[in-house]
Design a protein around this ligand. Structure first.
Ligand code: NAD
Length: 365
């Protein structure tokens, strides 16, 4: 089948819209006609080869669309079903069996290798392989063959143009709070970075009834939006006395915190501003080899916990419908972060994401 995809050919390069050949879905795959796909910072990270997914590649890992056909082994989905796409996992390793597919022991193969586990790609151009199955889906395409475990069925009236970002960025921020930190009502939480992931963490902190919610960023407009979405306090991430400010706001130190920046000095700031027995989560991605120091002399006495969190430690089959229910109840208004772009403007979507003009671009396919 001929399809159109936005292809990434080199680090820092522009996406090119080209016609590709798409093969038949495998028995454990679902062919999905994409309606939309969100733009996530991780797409740019892979385009720029911080992670070595082979190029050329079809990226895109926040897809939403309609099932076109199902593979012979897929018995619980049918053509016409509306679906949101998330990360892939093997389903059989210890983490998957324990209900933590985000820590799948085969996560790299199933999400970043650009290949099916058997080494094939679903896409070719003039007979040459083009990486597919990015996060099991490669959704910057009009049609794609998606791993069954990446597919989450949603209601027939679900707004597909909006829901793709639930598959990665939004579930990452919300899951770090609701699945990992689990702050009790009335607690304090600090969110470093008020991008899409950080603001999802702010929204989730409101859902959890945290009463002191501090957002930290270096862009004033993002702090304004954080307040609009429920942050009770904001701190300028350029201030040299951030730790002092946060300790004052939280009455001695934060009970919970999330770092969505992936910036090494911010991670240190986070560990320094935690209160006794606080729980901090790192979510932001850094280049492999990035190091950050911690004052282990002081922190030993703090009893603090630090978690490294992938995809909000979510089980997408359960967590995405839960986020949709919260959205429909008016308690998780993540639509305020989204701006849509036609497929032809995908490069503008990435530029606006990188400049900070748009928090969560969604490309309509
Ligand atoms: P984003 O670029 O929209 O947001 C990052 C925010 O951090 C921006 O608002 C930026 O101004 C702010 N920032 C940068 N430097 C800062 C500093 N020194 N102090 C305070 N704020 C600072 O990105 P996003 O889409 O929200 O994604 C956030 C991160 O999460 C990315 O690194 C992304 O790759 C990562 N991510 C991780 C997972 C995971 O599973 N762990 C999943 C999705 C995304």
């Amino acid at each position: 089948m001929k399809i159109t995809a936005a292809v990434t050919t080199a680090p820092k390069s522009r996406f090119e819209l080209v016609e590709l050949d798409l093969d038949e879905p495998r028995p454990d795959e679902v062919q999905v006609r994409l309606t939309a796909c969100g733009v996530c910072h991780t797409d740019a990270v892979v385009r720029d080869q911080w992670y070595p997914t082979p190029l050329p590649a079809v990226l895109g890992h926040e897809g939403a669309g309609v099932v076109e056909t199902v593979g012979s082994a897929v018995t619980d989905l049918a053509p016409g079903d509306k679906v949101v796409l998330s990360f892939n996992s093997c389903g059989s390793c210890r983490s998957c069996l324990n209900g933590h597919p985000a820590y799948c022991e085969n996560f790299y193969t199933h999400n970043f290798s650009g290949r099916r586990p058997d080494g094939d790609t679903a896409f070719t151009q003039n007979g040459e392989a083009v990486s597919s199955h990015f996060f099991g889906q490669s959704a910057f395409a009009t049609v794609s063959n998606v791993a069954r475990r990446s597919v989450v069925k949603v209601d027939h009236d679900a707004p597909l143009e909006l829901l793709g970002p639930l598959g990665c960025g939004i579930q990452t921020g919300a899951g770090a709070v609701l699945n990992v930190l689990n702050p009790e009502a009335g607690s304090s939480i600090v969110v470093f970075g008020a991008g899409a992931v950080g603001l999802a963490a702010v929204l989730a902190s409101v859902v959890a009834n945290a009463t002191t919610i501090v957002a930290v960023d270096i862009v004033p407009s993002r702090l304004d939006l954080a307040r609009e979405l429920g942050a009770t306090h904001t701190v300028d991430g350029r201030a040299t006395d951030q730790v002092k400010q946060i300790k004052e706001i939280t009455g001695g130190g934060a009970q919970y915190a999330v770092d969505t920046t992936g910036v090494a000095p911010v991670f240190r700031t986070m560990t320094d501003c935690m209160g006794v027995r606080g729980h901090a989560a790192l979510v932001g991605a850094s280049a492999l080899g990035t190091e950050s120091t911690i004052d282990i002399g002081t922190q030993l006495l703090s009893g603090q916990t630090i978690s490294m969190v992938v995809e909000g430690d979510s089980n997408p089959q359960l967590f995405i419908p839960r986020l949709i229910d919260l959205y429909r109840a008016g308690r998780f208004p993540f639509d305020k972060l989204v701006k849509t772009y036609p497929m032809a403007d995908i490069n503008d979507a990435f530029e606006d994401s990188e400049s900070g003009e748009t928090l969560k671009p969604v490309v309509l396919l």
